[in-house]
Design a protein around this ligand. Structure first.
Ligand code: DX5
Ligand code: ZN
Length: 259
């Protein structure tokens, strides 16, 4: 009971810090390729789970735009991560939108549970989903933002029919399943092609990239048209610096390239 009260007090302190010292976004990245603001979505996969609330609060203070949560089931990808309880805990310590990347075989089955836990948007894969349109409509019926993710070997053209129905497209720049993998450079022309499709079919749709995004690769993806960058190890896993320094470096890398 006492421990519960202590945890409650810690959560209140974090929320108070966020409301009283919330920093204005000191650096904004605007892409010349798309003339749009580039958003940062730190992926908690690389966070220290023993200090998860603290690290997410730090990312929020440093101007993160949303928090990316990777859900893996050991079937769709060869790794297992977390479930809805993590989202429920995060919901108590951050006001940022919680974006759920569903790397699971049957996303429809878990949508309600994740919505109840406090999720704001879902990224579901094109691969292995025979009824993608239905999944997207279910997400929208739950009142949440819907996005479609495509793996490195999946062509941009599969998005043509579903694009008018979604708010985001996620181009995987590594094979899904693990953090800290090297960026696959052959995805760059595909990011461009997806950008062109978005321009033609749904200009307000976001173009997000995920995997191996760091100071070197982020500018390349922004130049190709990406406007949301998911980054795990380059934000939470940087050994030499804290979360806010890592985010500052990532933003600077994109800004300095004059994109
Ligand atoms: C990989 C996940 C990514 C992962 C990225 O399957 O979808 O979101 O966290 O991690 P980094 O940024 O370390 O490549
Ligand atoms: Zn992801």
């Amino acid at each position: 009971m006492k421990r519960k009260r202590e945890i409650g007090a810690m959560e209140n302190t974090i929320v108070k810090q966020l409301t009283s010292t919330y920093v204005s976004r000191e650096e904004t990245i605007v892409s010349r390729a798309t003339n749009r603001i580039v958003k940062l979505a730190p992926s908690i996969l690389a966070a220290d789970f023993a200090r998860l609330g603290e690290q997410v609060a730090e990312a929020e203070l440093a101007g993160a735009d949303r928090i990316h949560v990777d859900i893996m089931d050991g079937h769709f990808v060869p790794n297992i991560t977390m479930g809805a309880p993590i989202v429920q805990s995060l919901r108590r310590v951050t006001r940022l939108p919680l974006e759920i990347h569903m790397m699971i075989s049957d996303p429809d089955f878990f949508l309600s549970e994740f919505v109840e836990a406090g999720s704001d948007s879902f990224l579901v894969h094109w691969e292995g989903n025979n009824h993608l349109h239905r999944t997207v409509q279910r997400i929208k019926a739950l009142g949440k933002r819907a996005g479609v993710a495509i793996n490195p070997a999946t062509p941009a053209t599969v998005l043509e029919e579903i694009l008018p129905d979604v708010d985001q497209v996620l181009v995987m720049t590594v094979n899904p399943g693990f953090g800290h993998q090297p960026f696959i450079h052959t995805t760059l022309p595909k990011i461009r092609r997806v950008g062109q499709l978005i321009e033609q079919l749904k200009p307000e749709c976001e173009l997000e990239v995920d995997g191996g995004i760091d100071e070197t690769t982020a500018p390349l993806t922004v130049a190709a048209g990406a406007n949301v960058l998911v980054a795990g190890s380059s934000i939470f896993g940087a050994e030499s610096c804290e979360v806010c320094t890592a985010m500052h470096r990532l933003r600077n890398a994109v800004n300095c390239c004059g994109l």
